[in-house]
Design a protein around this ligand. Structure first.
Ligand SMILES: *Cc1c(COP(=O)(O)O)cnc(C)c1O
Length: 413
């Protein structure tokens, strides 16, 4: 028994929609319908002998919620079943998941190759934190296989990438990069937040570890932070679990309970969100105020074919460039009445942000230029509102860009 603190067993034959509702569920002696919330830090033993056996690993009993908790374990089992992964550990945030996966695996003298288009804090860990501990890091353009090939000609221990990327929705060829990485001796860690476990399962393409910010679509209602790391039973138990157990990025049982409830509706929300996003991408592409639209599975996306091969649908994010740079982008954002300005994503409410001055401000103008994040770029996280209302909101805000300042004032914009 490799890990005595994880009890629920995952029924692997269920299809995703069923797994989302039932996966990993265990019931207490009261037989409750909804998942029980075990809001407890510690656990009681029947005897000193049971405590001894538990610590020796010969008895199955929860010990302490930093190591494992019944509500958190239900979430972990549900996510593992959904991903087709052998094991999962949940963490307090997406960044705790990324950080734990990296620091648990790496040591001084190791080498990391990462795609340049990473979530801001992931970029900071790779570019700033890891080198402090004597870990060499190299960034490549994720869509350019020649750059991956060149960087992985030398031995490496870990590859980190995100696909689709934030905010330009660039696609990385998972199978090709996994092959190159394994030849170099590296494990592949994929930040799968934008795709979610329903639209893309990186393990099927050769990735070794998948990380999530559960804060995004898995909660899906903008309530709590959470994260998850998924991989083989051996890697999770032997590499990740000692790190989590001893450093404490553990998820609270309350947040795990909310995330379990979030998962129950993930398929329905994602379906509606993807439909709305694809419709809005089509609408935006026709607008004269919009210079360009990015949506992974649209024909005009440069990697549409690869996106369709890896993803079941295009996702809930649409990125577009407002003609006229920062001033026009800001006027458009300030003209929105329904869609709110927020740097979060994956919410049931539609959220828009200006990456160059918010999420990607810290990486600097040079790096933004390399990633194609111009001052006109707006990232839209499409929610569950009626698509006609979203479209009217965008139409009004974009339409106002061509009005003179007097007309805008008269229209209250
Ligand atoms: C939000 C996000 C993270 C970080 O997750 P938190 O839950 O905010 O810590 C990491 N990667 C991606 C792609 C994200 O969108």
């Amino acid at each position: 028994m490799s890990n005595p603190t994880r009890f629920p067993s995952s029924p692997s034959a269920w299809r995703p929609a069923t797994t989302l509702v039932h996966g990993g569920t265990t019931r207490s002696l009261h037989g409750e319908t909804a998942e029980a919330l075990f809001l407890t830090s510690g656990f009681v033993y029947d005897s000193a002998e049971q405590a001894e056996a538990t610590f020796a690993g010969t008895a199955r009993h929860y010990q302490y919620s930093r190591f494992g908790n019944p509500t958190v374990a239900m979430l972990e089992e549900r996510l593992a079943a959904l991903e087709g992964a052998e094991a999962c550990r949940a963490t307090a945030s997406g960044m705790a998941a990324v950080n734990a996966a990296l620091l648990a695996h790496l040591k001084t003298g190791d080498r990391v190759v990462a795609s340049r288009a990473l979530f801001g804090s992931c970029h900071w860990i790779v570019s700033t934190l890891l080198p402090r501990y004597g870990i060499a890091t190299e960034f490549v353009d994720g869509a350019d296989l020649d750059q991956w090939r060149a960087a992985l000609r030398r031995p490496a221990q870990l590859v980190l990438l995100e696909t689709p990327s934030n905010p330009m929705l660039e696609i990385v060829d998972l199978r090709a990069v996994a092959t190159l990485a394994h030849e170099a001796g590296a494990i592949v860690v994929v930040d799968n937040v934008f795709a979610t476990p329903l639209l893309q399962r990186p393990l099927q393409f050769g990735a070794d570890v998948v990380v999530y910010s559960c804060t995004k679509h898995i909660d899906g209602q903008g309530r709590v932070l959470g994260g998850a790391v998924l991989g083989s039973r051996k890697w999770i138990d032997e590499v990740l679990q000692p790190f989590i157990r001893n450093t404490g990025p553990s998820l609270s049982a309350f947040n795990a309970w909310l995330l379990l409830k979030g998962l129950e509706t993930l398929a329905l929300r994602l379906d509606a969100g993807c439909r709305n996003a694809a419709a809005l991408a089509g609408f935006l592409a026709e607008r004269p105020e919009v210079a360009r639209v990015w949506y992974p599975t649209r024909d005009d996306h440069p990697q549409a074919e690869l996106a369709r091969a890896q993803m079941a649908d295009g996702g809930t994010l649409v990125t577009f460039e407002v003609a006229g740079g920062k001033a026009a982008a800001f006027r458009m954002l300030n003209g929105l009445r329904l869609i709110v300005v927020s740097n979060n994503l994956g919410d049931s409410k539609s959220l828009a942000t200006h990456p160059a001055t918010t999420t990607h401000m810290r990486i600097g103008a040079e790096e933004r230029a390399r990633l194609g994040i111009t001052d006109g770029v707006v990232r839209l996280s499409v929610g569950l509102e009626d698509p006609a209302d979203l479209q009217e909101d965008l139409a009004a805000a974009l339409g106002a860009l061509s009005l003179g300042s007097g007309q805008r004032r008269a229209a209250g914009l």
